[in-house]
Each structure stands twice: as structure tokens, then as C-alpha cells.
Design a protein around this ligand. Structure first.
Ligand code: GAP
Length: 468
């Protein structure tokens, strides 16, 4: 199964989904750059998330808050004091590890001495077997300095989550939208965490994107609303992202492992090739956030129910999604290797019948939901001759007004189909010499590999129906 990750990482680099970061300088460990196809895929996932959780709902409003905020925000949220992992260092090779990860790998329940994890004797450095130091707390926030000189500069932090921006703007948003509870504020944005042990490709990195919303409620309704969001999240994974629901694990976090202010937290985990790990989560955070911001800022963050006259600090249910982890899951779910009878391949291969055939060949195909595919339509003229390419180019230009289009005229048609399969293009449109006469093109479906002859003037309508 680990092998699947290697195949995906290699495909991502080869086809331009995700490149190792700063590669020409020898790279930067665990940093990744989204290439042309990766950018499109990520954009499609974010747009789908936005449509599903924001645009199509009357109870969620959007926000785009600053990455660098007043440091007091992080004092109020508890990040300055508590947003840390416990780190041990190998006394021999000086590699550093999160102690919770080392214990988890060995199936050992952590034991504590004054909140510090006790390192059991049998746990050694996984790299060289050396003994480990006592754990030290390591704050995960990235520090930066505002101002030009040391004496005038102010220490600030890159946000580790987007939530803070939504809490500090709660009153602003309430005033301008005149929303009534329950309602939510949503945003998608970059976050930064100085992770001790990043890894597993884009699963854990120091720079990543989160899509999350704070749903403000009257506490009397929390159980019902929590269930509503759990159902919506299931709906999202099953129907919008179209993943195999057997690959998800719904992990109810027990009371002694929850943050002290949370009355219910569910981690949605995924069966990655490297183990079952968190994908995203949902937490009922009581009134912790707005109460803390009210206390530290001095602003009145109460809400008055105009019907009952009740005045209270709203409670919050927070569904939060790592965009990069969603993209990783999307890649894992889409990746298929299919044995295809050689006859089918040869049929597709232009004059390739002379190729010595084995009984079956493997095609790699990314079966993204069609609306998530980075390239939606490929236009493939059968020959580079001007009379064909001029028709094909005009067609591609016309389709580009609606779809993301790739135009490919090199190598055999079979090889071109394989290339499009590998990046998950749902439809290939082939323009051949017959097209000049009958004004029709061949449309080939990625999943069924079936081909249909469609009139050029009907093509847009045909595709429109397919992409619903
Ligand atoms: N406001 C709540 C919050 O930030 P979190 O569980 O710390 O919760 C939210 O982070 C989500 O962000 C996670 O569920 C995960 O999907 C993603 N995430 C967290 N750390 C990450 C990292 N280092 N790299 C990539 N994604 C990460």
C-alpha cells in the first residue's frame, strides 16, 4: 500500500500536479509547489467546498481575514500558551521527534508527569536507536517581526488557523449582515505551523490551507446542530467528493482527550496508505472563543435574541477541513491501475496493430469526479496537417470559454489517450479527416473508453449534460 503513495508522488511530479519545493536549489524538506494541474485541482476542490458549504446556504457568510493579526488574538485563543507539541531529541544523532508520534507507533498509551509525557525506557530513536532526551514543549507558531529595526519591531505570528479572523470579526459581520443565530462565518486560507515532524507528502507540511467555518449558536440547540453538521459532512464526502465511504473512520474523541472547553469533537479519519490518520474534524467549542476574545479585548461580544430578549455569548460549532489533505484523498481515491485487454488498446492506437501484444496492458487512470478534473476536455487532431489542426484549434478555443482544455497533437492517438487518462481528463475529442466531411468528432469517455460520434455544433450541449 505504501507503494501507492510512491506512485502518486511520482505521477504528481511527472505530470505537473505537485513539484518538490525549491527544487533547483536542492529542495526544502517537506515543502511542495502545486504545478499547473495541481493548481487547477486544488482550485476545483476549493470552489466545490465553497459552493457546498457557503454559496448554497443562506446561513453562512464569507470572510477573508488577515494572515498576520494583532498578537493578542493568539493570547486570547490560547495559542501563545498552549499551541505546542512535546519534542524529544536523540542524544546520539540529534534528530527530533514528536513523542506522541513515537508512542503511537509502538501502541503505548502516554503517561504524564505534570503535563510532560514520560518517555518509556523501551522507546528509543527510530533512526539510530540512541536514547532520547526528556520532552520539551515547542510552540508551533511561526514568529515574525513587524517594523524595520529591532527596537521598534513588534513580534507577530503567521496564523496557525483561520478561526481567529472569524472570531475577531464576529461583531462586524453580525452588524453588517444582521444575521440571526444560528449562522456561520467561513473562510479558506493559508496557515502556517512549524511542525516538528512534517511528512507523508502533503499530509503534514509547515504551510497549508484550511477551509473552516465558525457556526454561532444558542447553546440549547447544540446537540441537534452538531448532528446536522455531521450529516452535511457525510453528504459532502459521499456525494460531492464521491469518495468510498468505507475509507473514512468517524472517531468520536473521548472526554479525557478533548480540549477542556469542548463538549463533543469528532475527527474524520482516512485510511491512508501510511495508516489511519486525521483528515479533518468538527468540534463543539462551547463559548470558549468569544468569551476569551471578549475578556482579552474588552469588546462586548454578546448577542441579543430580539424575540426572547435573551443576551448571551454565542457558542460555536467548528467544522474544519485541511484543503491539502482533501486533495491528497482525492488523488488516492482517483488513482486506478486497470488491466485493459490489448484489443481495446490496439483499437485505440493509431496503426499500432503491429505492436507485439501481450494479453493485457495496464492503464493508469485518475478517476476524478468529472467536475474536479483539472483538464475537462482534450482536443486531439488525428494529424498535424493544417486542414485538421485549424478546425481542431478553433474547436479548442470555443470549448475554452466553458471548460479547461488541453490541445495535444503529438504522438499516436493511443498514447495521447493514455496521457489524458493519467491526468484524469474525462473527455477526449478527436478531430479526423472524416470530420471535415461529416462535421462530426469522436468523443471518448475516460471511464468506459467508449467512443461516440457527435456533431460539432452539438458538442457543447453534449458536454454540458455530461458535466452536470
Ligand atoms: N481551527 C481548528 C483547527 O485548526 P486542526 O485540527 O488543528 O484544527 C484543521 O487543523 C485541519 O487542518 C486538520 O484537520 C487538517 O486537515 C489540517 N492540517 C492541520 N495541520 C496540518 C499540517 N501541518 N499540514 C497539512 N494539513 C494540516
Amino acid at each position: 500500500m505504501e507503494d501507492k503513495m510512491d506512485k502518486i508522488i511520482s505521477l504528481c511530479k511527472r505530470r505537473g500536479f505537485i513539484f518538490p519545493g525549491s527544487e533547483i536549489y536542492g529542495g526544502l524538506a517537506n515543502s511542495w509547489d502545486y504545478g499547473p494541474l495541481g493548481h487547477l485541482l486544488k482550485q476545483n476542490i476549493k470552489s466545490l467546498w465553497w459552493k457546498f458549504f457557503v454559496q448554497e446556504r443562506s446561513d453562512i457568510v464569507p470572510l477573508d481575514s488577515a494572515i498576520i493579526m494583532n498578537p493578542k488574538v493568539w493570547e486570547a485563543s490560547g495559542h501563545l500558551q498552549n499551541f505546542s507539541d512535546q519534542l524529544v531529541e536523540c542524544k546520539k544523532c540529534h534528530h527530533r521527534f514528536r513523542i506522541d508520534h513515537l508512542l503511537e507507533a509502538k501502541g503505548i498509551e502516554p503517561k504524564y508527569d505534570k503535563e510532560k509525557v514520560i518517555v518509556p525506557e523501551e522507546v528509543n530513536c527510530p533512526d539510530c536507536g540512541g536514547t532520547l532526551t526528556e520532552p520539551k514543549s515547542f510552540n508551533l507558531m511561526f514568529k515574525t517581526f513587524l517594523g524595520t529595526t529591532d527596537d521598534t519591531s513588534l513580534t507577530a505570528y503567521l496564523r496557525p488557523e483561520t478561526a481567529g479572523g472569524m472570531f475577531v470579526n464576529f461583531k462586524n459581520v453580525l452588524n453588517v449582515t444582521r444575521k440571526k443565530l444560528p449562522f456561520g462565518i467561513a473562510q479558506i486560507g493559508k496557515c502556517f505551523r512549524n511542525e516538528i515532524t512534517p511528512g507523508n507528502f502533503i499530509f503534514r507540511t509547515r504551510e497549508f490551507e484550511i477551509g473552516e467555518f465558525e457556526y454561532f449558536i444558542n447553546p440549547k440547540d447544540w446537540e441537534k446542530i452538531f448532528e446536522m453538521w455531521l450529516a452535511e459532512i457525510k453528504h459532502w464526502w459521499k456525494d460531492a467528493m464521491q469518495i468510498n465511504m468505507d475509507n473514512l473512520v468517524w472517531h468520536e474523541i473521548p472526554e479525557d482527550e478533548r480540549a477542556f472547553y469542548s463538549k463533543r469533537t469528532v475527527d474524520i479519519e482516512y485510511k491512508y496508505p501510511f495508516g489511519v490518520q486525521e483528515l479533518h474534524g468538527i468540534a463543539y467549542r462551547t463559548d470558549y472563543d468569544l468569551s476569551r476574545h471578549e475578556k482579552v479585548s474588552g469588546a462586548d461580544l454578546h448577542y441579543t435574541d430580539l424575540e426572547t430578549g435573551e443576551k448571551f455569548i454565542p457558542h460555536v460549532i467548528e467544522p474544519t477541513f485541511g484543503i491539502d489533505r482533501m486533495l491528497l484523498v482525492c488523488l488516492l481515491e482517483a488513482y486506478h491501475e486497470e488491466e485493459v485487454p490489448v484489443t481495446d488498446l490496439t483499437k485505440e492506437r493509431e496503426q499500432a496493430s503491429s505492436a507485439k501484444a501481450s494479453k493485457a496492458e495496464v492503464r493508469v487512470v485518475m478517476k476524478f469526479p468529472k467536475y474536479l478534473a483539472p483538464i475537462q476536455v482534450a482536443v486531439l487532431p488525428l494529424s498535424k496537417k493544417e486542414e485538421l489542426s485549424s478546425v481542431a484549434e478553433d474547436l479548442a478555443d470555443d470549448l475554452r470559454k466553458v471548460y479547461t482544455v488541453d490541445y495535444d497533437e503529438t504522438q499516436s492517438i493511443g498514447k495521447r489517450y493514455r496521457r489524458q487518462d493519467e491526468i484524469g481528463t474525462p473527455y477526449c475529442v478527436t478531430v479526423d479527416f472524416e470530420s471535415l466531411v461529416d462535421k462530426k468528432v469522436t468523443v471518448r469517455d475516460r471511464d468506459t473508453m467508449k467512443q461516440e460520434r457527435i456533431e460539432i455544433k452539438e458538442l457543447k450541449n453534449y458536454l454540458q449534460e455530461k458535466f452536470i
